[in-house]
Ligand binder design. Structure first.
Ligand SMILES: NC(=O)c1ccc[n+]([C@@H]2O[C@H](COP(=O)([O-])OP(=O)(O)OC[C@H]3O[C@@H](n4cnc5c(N)ncnc54)[C@H](O)[C@@H]3O)[C@@H](O)[C@H]2O)c1
Length: 432
């Protein structure tokens, strides 16, 4: 169909399948997709989860219901199934509902990102995966090769890239206003109450740790701002036991060395006080050497200057007095129905889904040969721009996570990252 005004193919909205209906889907992904449905970018929405009980909670979430009156998703398993329904094939069933080259959003535990992203690509779907994409460089490369062989987009949801302060810092660094990065300290401590959630089932020592879970955001942010590649990682973990008996790293401290010798210390954990005024504690300080001047950048990413004391204890951990972060993800008043989701959490999802939408709408009506070539051209442009994280432009994250996992499982021994024709990680021997 041709739009009579622009003489171009009309916009066709995308169908979206969100796989995994847990915390990140509730707090960010589904509301962002509902907003894109409002604006005509998204058509049908399916959400799959093995336990239907999670989907029932999602469908009845009071924040989402009041922000998006009248909007709903197709659930797999169906919402009228008995509460204890468990469907191990829910994810595959949801992918199979999609026509070719729609959008699959993966919000699953880290350890099944690789098989599920692969399943989605094999079904000819564009993909948006929560971070970390995968935990090894080799898996990231396999995903990249498979996606490129089919002309498909893969984006990784590193939403801190869309925080205006990170975008400003990138501009100031690019234009030489900050000198050269030399030393940094980053922290992101998630709440204590996470220990009493579904985390206890998957956040186990053999699979992940606080650095892999959230520390990677700040390593990615330093790379995003400076363009410097990490060259070595040492990660130390502090273990604890979840209520169900599984052992996990509850705290971690990492040192990341960059290719110019700069050092970034990264502290992470599941232990921010439930009674605290924020959703977590996070921020970064970066020191730079200018030609004849020391330079510094300091971001308090938790307390952004707005605080409310509510009538009830509606804060994330049950607090009455709260530091509000209006920049990440908040529903605000607007002149439409319900409320408007805003912030870099929304912007990041929108950037990825809009990219898929743009790619598909640019090739509409073309033969598959030229269409695939055009898709690859558009994806290469996104890779080169370096705003949306893709397997091509953010592969340093897979190397850092692979190095960090090796280090934490070996008592914090430094692991070097080698680039060149054969990027890889290598643990230093004790004698080095
Ligand atoms: N800051 C961030 O970018 C950020 C924040 C939170 C989570 N995450 C990432 O999002 C992912 C999910 O985290 P979460 O906090 O939402 O976890 P969660 O445990 O709350 O949700 C994961 C859901 O996936 C479901 N699930 C597991 N295996 C499945 C399968 N095979 N098929 C269908 N459903 C399945 C589980 O039942 C659970 O409901 C993780 O990779 C995490 O690292 C990123």
């Amino acid at each position: 169909m041709i739009d009579s005004k622009t003489n171009s193919p009309t916009n066709q909205p995308l169908d979206v399948a969100i796989i995994g209906g847990g915390m990140i889907t509730t707090d960010q992904l589904l509301p962002a997709i509902y907003q894109l449905q409002r604006t005509g970018i998204v058509n049908q929405i399916t959400v799959a989860n093995r336990h239907v009980s999670t989907l029932k909670e999602l469908a009845n979430n009071s924040d989402i219901c009041s922000a998006f009156p009248g909007q709903s998703f197709n659930a797999i398993p169906a919402l009228d199934a008995p509460d204890d329904t468990f469907d191990p094939d829910a994810a595959i069933k949801a992918l199979d509902t999609l026509k070719p080259r729609q959008a699959a959003i993966l919000a699953l535990p880290d350890q099944i990102h690789f098989p599920m992203v692969t399943e989605a690509i094999k079904r000819d779907q564009h993909v948006l995966c929560v971070k970390p994409l995968v935990r090894t460089f080799a898996e990231g490369q396999k995903i990249n090769e498979l996606a490129k062989s089919r002309g498909l987009f893969v984006g990784i949801e590193y939403h801190k890239r869309y925080d205006r302060r990170a975008l400003l810092a990138r501009k100031e660094y690019e234009t030489n206003s900050l000198g050269e990065f030399k030393l940094g300290e980053a922290r992101l401590i998630e709440p204590y109450y996470f220990r009493n959630t579904n985390f206890g089932n998957w956040f186990v020592c053999e699979e992940t740790d606080p650095f892999t879970y959230v520390g990677c955001h700040y390593v990615d942010q330093v790379y995003f701002i400076t363009g410097l590649k990490p060259s070595a990682v040492s990660l130390t973990g502090v273990k604890g036991t979840f209520p169900g008996g599984n052992e996990g790293y509850f705290w971690s401290n990492g040192r990341v060395i960059f290719e110019n010798g700069a050092a970034l210390s990264v502290s992470n954990g599941l232990g921010y006080p439930n009674a605290g005024p924020g959703a977590n504690q996070q921020g970064i300080t970066m020191y730079f050497d200018g030609p004849d001047q020391g330079c510094v950048l300091e971001h308090d990413d938790q307390n952004r200057g707005a605080s409310y004391s509510f009538t009830t204890n509606k804060g994330p951990g049950g607090s009455v007095y709260n530091h509000i972060n209006p920049d990440f993800f908040k529903y605000i008043a607007w002149d439409g129905k319900g409320f408007l989701p805003t912030g870099y959490g929304f912007d990041s999802v929108a950037a990825n889904i809009n990219a898929i939408h743009r790619i598909e709408n640019q090739i509409r009506g073309m033969e598959e040969g030229p269409a695939k070539a055009r898709r690859l051209e558009l994806i290469q442009h996104i890779d080169q721009q370096g705003f949306i994280a893709t397997p091509s432009n953010s592969y340093i994250n897979e190397l850092v996570i692979e190095a960090a996992r090796l280090s934490i499982l070996n008592d914090g021994t430094f692991v070097d990252i080698h680039y060149g024709d054969n990027p890889r990680v290598e643990m230093r021997t004790r004698l080095q």
